[in-house]
Design a protein around this ligand. Sequence first.
Ligand SMILES: [Fe+2]
Length: 335
Amino acid sequence: MNPNLPISVSKWLQENQTFFKPPVCNKLIYNDQLKVFYVGGPNQRTDYHVELGEEFFYMLKGDMQLNVIERGQPKSIIIREGEAFLLPARIPHSPQRFPNTIGILSLSFIDQSIYCLSIRSYLGLVIERDRSPNELDALRYYVSDEQRDHNNCSTIDRNCILFERWLHCTDLGTQLAPIMKQFFDSDLFKTGIPSNDSCLIEAPYADDVTTVTMAPINLSKWLKCAVEEIESVGWKALFDDDDDDRRQQWTTSSCYRYKTKVKIFGGDFKHRFEPDPHGETYFWQLAIKSQLEIDNTLMMLENGHSVIAPPNSKICLKTQSGGFTLVVSMSHSGQ
Ligand SMILES: [Fe+2]
């Protein structure tokens, strides 16, 4: 697969549909600096993941529930079909993907282009970035709610960790299973009571205990509201944490700033991108089509097609009125 050629997402999903069923449940479409993958279901798990990078979610079909520990308390974020969500760094999270009715997948954002997939119960897009050489992720299990009550823990902190292991993550698909097995084979799992073997006294970095997560955004509704601005200035950020009104609603107690950039481009414009020496740029055409030039290679980005531009490339995106192109980049550095 040439990463510099646009791929029809619906065709790729159809060709790879067996990967989205249990036990595999996911498949990477791009696997370099940006890890772009689609996740199927059902998949319910009790482990939490902690990482220095952010995670972008978009639900194509069905709803998912992202359990997080937010400011020391458990919270369930429901990301519904057609909604996008950007998870801040260092927030423990545990994705739950429930079975859904079999149906037709529609990627129609405006009115044209409906793509049909014959079997799909649940399908979500996830984008995260690769890890720096010394960067660590954590896989974590907490004590049960009963155990927490028994210990009078009103806040979920390191005292509530039953089992935690840190790893340099290069392949989530294969690296987590042996650690999970280690936990389920352990006395910690059998007793449910933390011991000296539960976790490091001091973690490589602390959880985020101040940020309040932003509500998921329904993309088609958002586009309807944003279309005028996009048509007049050429783009708009989907998770606009510089918007003061939005910040007021979003977070009251932290200064969190996303490193991930998710923007929707459109209108009759030519957009030149500043070359990013370390980061890739992901493009997904949501409506009509656009013309994309990556390092002097000219290509049409048809509706429903995606492509990745390598780090440091010279990019020029020519959009047209009525069209929308979703563009994602994630800073490579840790936070
Ligand atoms: Fe994660």
